[in-house]
Ligand binder design. Structure first.
Ligand code: COA
Length: 227
């Protein structure tokens, strides 16, 4: 793969909000954020000036979370840091075999998806997050025990996210199957999968590496509170 293809991965939120997810965006001037209940991520330009930060503050409102995802820009001093988390961005294989036994999840499944995400903490998950892409699950005796889905969509790429398995059924290959099933769907439309994971989450990284994902770069996730 040439570098040019991966350039969109350096601003995955902005590339998604300007492109595939523009119907889920709120915009003001140069800045954009996802609709409430979909995601908290905000996109700013490469080197935002004070007017751009002011636009983001106006768009979000006072005292709201400005989740810059992996963007390195530093807001003005009166923006209170809320979190900083070291992570890695990984790129997945160009093709994968489809997987039986996984089901597509939709609006009716949202209460169960929220409950599973609350129990397993795979990352932010809101009532409308599933509108970002396809979410797949595995049910045991009718109960949702594992899920994974598609989140950011920079051109040519789809991010796999919300990978989680209920603690009592871990180690059975559920996450492996779900990530493989998503990777197969992504490859079938000519795109490549990528994902983000906390650098300390060595268990999840091991699962992804076994599936052929490789670290592209280290990132730092940061969130701030607007003044
Ligand atoms: C990370 C996580 C999703 C893994 O889920 P899982 O369903 O247990 O994953 P898998 O079963 O596919 O793989 C996990 C392990 O089981 C092993 N395994 C895979 N298939 C297996 C099978 N059929 N039988 C036994 N073990 C198996 C894997 O080799 C792997 O081994 P390891 O423990 O040495 O790493 C789960 O631990 C989780 O929900 N964590 C909290 C949320 C989270 O951090 N999500 C990732 C966000 S980026």
């Amino acid at each position: 793969m040439v570098d040019r293809d991966a350039a969109a991965l350096d601003d995955p939120v902005g590339e998604s909000l300007r492109g595939h997810h523009r119907h889920l965006a709120r915009r003001l001037g140069q800045v954009a954020v996802y609709l409430p209940q979909v995601a908290t991520f905000a996109a700013v330009s490469a080197d935002p000036d004070p007017a751009e930060w002011a636009d983001l503050a106006r768009l979000l409102g006072r005292g709201e979370l400005a989740d810059l995802f992996s963007h390195p820009a530093i807001p003005p001093a009166d923006w209170e840091p809320v979190f900083t988390l070291d992570g890695v961005q990984m790129i997945g294989p160009a093709d994968a075999e489809p997987v039986p036994g996984v089901v597509e999840l939709g609006a009716d499944d949202v209460p169960e998806m929220l409950e599973l995400a609350a129990r397993t903490q795979p990352g932010p998950f809101w009532p409308r997050t599933h509108e970002l892409g396809t979410y797949l699950g595995i049910r045991e005796n009718g109960t949702l025990v594992a899920m994974a889905g598609e989140r950011l969509r920079p051109p040519g790429w789809t991010e796999i996210s919300a990978v989680c398995t209920a603690p009592e059924v871990r180690g059975r290959g559920h996450a492996t199957r779900l990530v493989r099933a998503l990777a197969a769907r992504i490859a079938a439309r000519g795109e490549r999968p990528f994902l983000h994971v906390a650098a300390a989450n060595v268990g999840a990284i091991a699962v992804y590496e076994r599936l052929g994902f490789r670290v592209r770069k280290r990132v730092t996730f940061r969130g701030f509170r607007t003044p």
